[in-house]
Design a protein around this ligand. Structure first.
Ligand code: NI
Length: 171
């Protein structure tokens, strides 16, 4: 049996790679997705991306209990578009940056197109919290972290915590 995966923490280099498209949705992808759901739920996150479990693949999963129509969902090779509305600020955290939060400005509306675990394409729109989760998780597929998007002031505020994570990684 494989050892269960752990969430990959900053500054692991896999978090800075541009993830590769999934060529085919096979048993290994389904197994990976299952582990992603387990870790997301264990940490009570709203989403997790494959690089956060050490795989530079274009996959993320989300689960939104509050927002109607957005139960647990898998997005393979997602494409975002339809950004609309005035930028909104929201205090975001990230499972790969424990203890670190920052105000991130994002458009409130987005459209996502992706394929599901059966290999079927789907399209969804959101003008609620899920639109933000999509953008956060999509960022992970591009190697972008909230550290890159937070204000200069927030970056200064979390500098100590970031340094501690970097020191932990050096051992
Ligand atoms: Ni994150």
């Amino acid at each position: 049996m494989n050892r269960p995966r752990d969430i990959v923490l900053y500054p692991h280099p896999v978090l800075r790679q541009r993830a590769k498209p999934v060529a085919s949705v096979d048993a290994s992808i389904r197994g990976l997705v299952e582990e992603m759901f387990d870790l997301m739920r264990a940490e009570e996150g709203a989403g997790i991306a494959a690089p956060q479990v050490g795989e530079a693949l274009r996959i993320f999963v989300t689960e939104e209990r509050e927002e109607e129509g957005h139960p647990a969902r898998v997005y393979i090779n997602p494409v975002l578009s339809g950004f609309d509305g005035q930028l909104e600020e929201y205090d975001e955290g990230c499972l790969s940056l424990p203890g670190i939060r920052g105000n991130i400005r994002r458009p409130p509306k987005a459209v996502i197109e992706a394929i599901d675990l059966e290999g079927k394409p789907f399209r969804l729109e959101s003008d609620q919290f899920m639109a933000r989760v999509w953008q956060h998780e999509f960022d992970h597929l591009e190697g972008t972290l909230i550290l890159d998007r937070m204000t200069v002031l927030d970056r200064l505020r979390v500098r100590r915590l970031v340094k501690d994570l970097e020191a932990d990684a050096r051992g």
